[in-house]
Design a protein around this ligand. Structure first.
Ligand code: PLP
Length: 425
C-alpha cells in the first residue's frame, strides 16, 4: 500500500479497519478525559471492559455456592480450563489438548526443563539466544547446576555478530549443526524481548530435531503477536505468559504447550501434582501418579479461578475479532509504523533512529526497538510527558508496540508528529 504522512490518511486507514470497533472493548488509560497513547501491549496488555464482569461472576459463584461451584456453577469451575485451551490453541497453532493453562511463565519453564532437559552422556548442552530474558537465563543456569554441570560450559549462547544487534539466521543454524552431538536442548525465544527479532522457529526445530536434541520456545513476546504453528513445526514444548499480547491481566495464568507425542509416553519425567492426575479417578486420592493424557498432565495444583476468568474475558475478545483479522491488521499497522518512523528520520539532517528490530516482515511482530543515536533519554522523557506510553531500555533503546486490537493508525501518526516536535525543540 502507498502510505501518506497525513492525519487524513491515518484516519482513513482507521475508517477502513475491520477491527476498528474493538478499541471500545478496552479501557484506554486516560487523564482528564483525554486518552493516552498506549504502545506497551508487549509489556502489559490493556484491560478488556468485560473482564470485571467475568471476575464478578466467579465472586458471585463463590458467594452463592462455595466449593460446590466447581461442579454446579453456571460455568462449572471444574471445566473452566477447557474454555481457555480452544482459543489459545488457535493462537499458537496446535491441538487443544496440547495446551494447558497453569502457573506463571517462569514456573512453567522450570517444569518443562524437568521433562525436556535430560542430559545424557555427551549430550549435556543447552543452546539459547544471548541476552535471553533474565528469568530464562536464571532458569537455564540453575537447571544446568542442578544436573552438576558448569553453566559456562553447558550453556551455548548464540550472539549477534560484532557491531550487529540481531542474530543472523545462518549463524544460528550453523551453530546447531556444529554442536549437534552435544546438544540436549535448544531453547529460544520466539521473539527476543529486547530486539523484537522473530526467530525462524520452523527451521530451528527441524535442525534441532535432526541433531537429536529436544526443542522448546519461550513465546512470551510471540503468543498473540505473530502466527505460530507449533504442532506442524513439530516443536516439543513451549511456554508463554498471557498478560502481554493476550490481555489477561497482571500476573495472569501462563500457558504451556506439549506436543501430543509426549502425553502418553511412560518414559517422560515430570514433577507432578494432583491437578495433573487422571480426572476420573483424581478424587479417589490414591497412591501412584497417573497423568491426564494431555498437556494437563503437567498441571500441579488448584487453578486460580479469578485469573482464569480474566483470561477467558480476554480470549473471547480475540475470538470475536478473529485471529486472522488481528494478524492482518498487525501487519498493516506495523508497516505503517515503520513508514512513519522513516519519515521522522528523513525529517532530520542525520538519522536519529537506528532500528534494532529487523525490517523484514517475517522477522518482526508488533514491536519496534529504536536505538536512539542522540538525546535518547531526553526524547523518551518528553514522550512520556506527552502521554505516549513507550519503554526505555539502557543504554539508549526505546521500545514501542502498537497492537491491532486497540491501537489506531491515527495514534501511530501522532507518535511521528510528537517525535518531530521533540526533535525540533
Ligand atoms: C515477560 C517475560 C517473562 C516473564 O515471566 P513471568 O514468570 O511471567 O514473570 C519471561 N520470559 C520472557 C522471554 C518474557 O518476555
Amino acid at each position: 500500500m502507498q502510505f501518506q504522512p497525513t492525519l487524513a490518511f491515518a484516519q482513513q486507514l482507521d475508517e477502513q479497519d475491520p477491527l476498528k470497533a474493538f478499541r471500545q472493548q478496552f479501557i484506554i488509560p486516560s487523564a482528564n478525559e483525554v486518552e493516552k497513547v498506549y504502545f506497551l501491549g508487549n509489556s502489559l496488555g490493556l484491560q478488556p471492559k468485560r473482564t470485571k464482569d467475568k471476575l464478578q461472576t466467579i465472586l458471585d459463584d463463590w458467594g452463592k455456592l462455595g466449593v460446590e461451584s466447581f461442579f454446579h456453577a453456571e460455568q462449572p469451575w471444574m471445566d473452566y480450563h477447557d474454555r481457555l485451551v480452544g482459543p489459545l490453541s488457535k493462537i499458537v497453532g496446535c491441538l487443544p489438548h496440547e495446551v494447558t493453562v497453569m502457573n506463571n511463565l517462569s514456573v512453567n519453564l522450570h517444569l518443562m526443563l524437568v521433562s525436556f532437559y535430560r542430559p545424557q552422556g555427551k549430550r549435556t548442552k543447552i543452546l539459547c539466544e544471548a541476552k535471553a530474558f533474565p528469568s530464562d537465563q536464571y532458569m537455564m543456569e540453575t537447571h544446568v547446576r542442578h544436573h552438576g554441570f558448569d553453566p559456562a560450559d553447558a550453556i551455548i549462547e548464540v550472539k549477534p555478530r560484532e557491531g550487529e544487534h540481531t542474530i543472523r539466521n545462518e549463524d544460528l543454524l550453523q551453530i546447531i549443526v556444529q554442536h549437534r552431538e552435544e546438544l540436549a536442548l535448544v531453547l529460544f525465544g520466539g521473539i527476543n524481548y529486547y530486539s523484537g527479532q522473530v526467530f525462524d522457529m520452523q527451521t530451528i526445530t527441524q535442525l534441532a530435531k535432526q541433531a537429536g536434541a529436544k526443542v522448546g520456545f519461550d513465546l512470551a513476546h510471540a503468543a498473540g503477536n505473530i502466527e505460530l504453528n507449533l504442532h506442524d513445526w513439530n516443536v516439543d514444548f513451549a511456554c508463554w505468559c498471557n498478560y502481554k499480547y493476550l490481555n489477561s491481566g497482571p500476573g495472569a495464568v501462563a500457558a504451556a504447550y506439549v506436543h501430543e507425542r509426549y502425553h502418553t509416553d511412560p518414559s517422560m519425567q515430570r514433577f507432578a501434582g494432583w491437578w495433573g492426575y487422571e480426572k476420573n479417578t483424581r478424587f479417589q486420592m490414591e497412591k501412584g501418579f497417573k497423568p491426564v493424557q494431555s498437556a494437563e498432565g503437567w498441571q500441579l495444583g488448584t487453578p486460580a479461578l479469578l485469573l482464569y476468568a480474566s483470561q477467558l474475558a480476554a480470549l473471547e475478545v480475540v475470538e470475536e475479532a478473529g485471529w486472522e483479522n488481528i494478524n492482518r491488521k498487525r501487519k498493516l499497522l506495523t508497516e505503517y509504523l515503520w513508514y512513519i518512523l522513516d519519515e521522522v528520520n528523513t525529517s532530520q539532517k542525520q538519522p536519529i533512529i537506528e532500528f534494532i528490530t529487523p525490517r523484514k516482515e517475517t522477522e518482526h511482530g508488533c514491536q519496534v526497538s529504536m536505538n536512539m543515536l542522540q538525546r535518547g533519554k531526553e526524547i523518551y522523557n518528553a514522550l512520556m510527558e506527552q502521554d505516549f506510553f513507550v519503554d526505555w531500555r539502557e543504554p539508549s533503546v526505546i521500545r514501542l508496540a502498537p497492537v491491532p486490537l486497540y491501537n489506531t493508525f491515527e495514534e501511530v501518526w501522532k507518535f511521528g508528529e510528537a517525535m518531530k516536535k521533540i526533535l525540533a525543540s
